[in-house]
Design a protein. Sequence first.
Length: 486
Amino acid sequence: MNQGSKHDIFTSSHQRRAQNANENVPPVLDHESNESGVSHNNETLNNSNREVMKESEDDCVLPPLPKISRRPKLGATGRTHSVFAPSPRCNFGPKGTLKKIQNDEELIVIQDPSSQRLHWNAPPSNILIIRKPGLSTLPEFQILVVKLLKRRLNVFVASSDRAQVPFDSDADLKESFERCIPFDQKNDLNKIDLVICLGGDGTLLHASSVFQKNCPPVLSFSMGSLGFLTPFDFQFHDKILDEALSGKVAVLLRTRLNCTIIKGGLNNLSPSDTPDLSSQTSETSTSSDVDDALNLALNEVVIDRGPNPYLSNIDLYINDKFITKVQGDGLIISTPTGSTAYGMAAGASMVHPSVPAMVLCPICPHSLSFRPIVVPAGIDLTVKVAEDARLTAWLSVDGRNRLELLQNDSVKMTTSIHPVPCICRFDQVGDWFQSLADILHWNIRKPQLSFDTKKKTQHPEEIPTQGEEQVKTQDGEQVKTQDGNK
């Protein structure tokens, strides 16, 4: 197998799934939904899942859910190829059932993540390139800019990087000088069709911080030290660009946390007397006390004790109800994407990015029973620095924008409606497990041998010393070589 086929970017199964989307097959997720005993709620949900949502001005519109072909039963569940669980049967015993939905406003329509594919309403023309600082990514940056300009595309780069483009080396490239545009974060955000990242995970985090609302699709090439979130090899950038610009790729919507800081607006709140957060208002709080700056976290929001020598003392509220008091070094509130970052290092569970959830993980809690938990993504989560806290706490969003929180300050977090659409290498599920195995070396150990298998051992005289290497000749004779040379 040659190197090109070994590292093929899009597998044949991926292409077959794209072809199946155009087949005339019954659009069902649960092929037992027409059997007796299934309530009208499932029919309404299945039909509504396939309606095309109306385009709004601010929200990113996804293509309609493709029809999913039948697959053999998995056990007795009758599941098809879907990331979501099968639709539950809503008859409980002889008389119990779920109440029927009265209107469409009560119905939440979410597209199956495994069917999410990139679609361009018009051919993309404006490309933003964000690269890792330094000289390590400069050659690839220059190659990419030249190829995009020769495709008659507008390329936005940092002002300092524009001088690195070799316009003088190519006569045809001089005519494209005006299409290499310095990126202005205040005025050019709504012009970008595609973001290309050259670097590691930090480069993708930087791209997320640049687009604090609607984020264009992101294509990430791994050129950093880790690369868990950057699945593509720049060696195959020509084919990858062709696929991305044509829209023949799967996308993974990485959710972000919307973080709002309230300065001193909840100073009358205490868990002992008033657990309802929504009923509390401060006499001294004004509109100027609320930090209106929108902070979206792709990885996590961390509230810790910072340089203070004492335990952090913060109160945790979910949907305006007091849950618990956190006493320790701090608390990590991470997205599924961030569950493999700081949260994983602190002992939290790793969650697939397609799972709608938040992960709450304490940092060195001074309690034997404070375990990390996973909560639904739709909750409203509030963290408040206790009034009787000895010192202040510190807030950071994706490791940046560190801010001191005084007593009675609070931070409210919800799941943002603006995810980061990341272009997949294979598909939404396979990419994640591939990164777990290749980058984090998840569950790597020597296999256990059977009773009949003998472990191969080397005799001491057969073990090469430092600077020596054993090489087998054609007749099977062991030959020692010095520094790898015969």
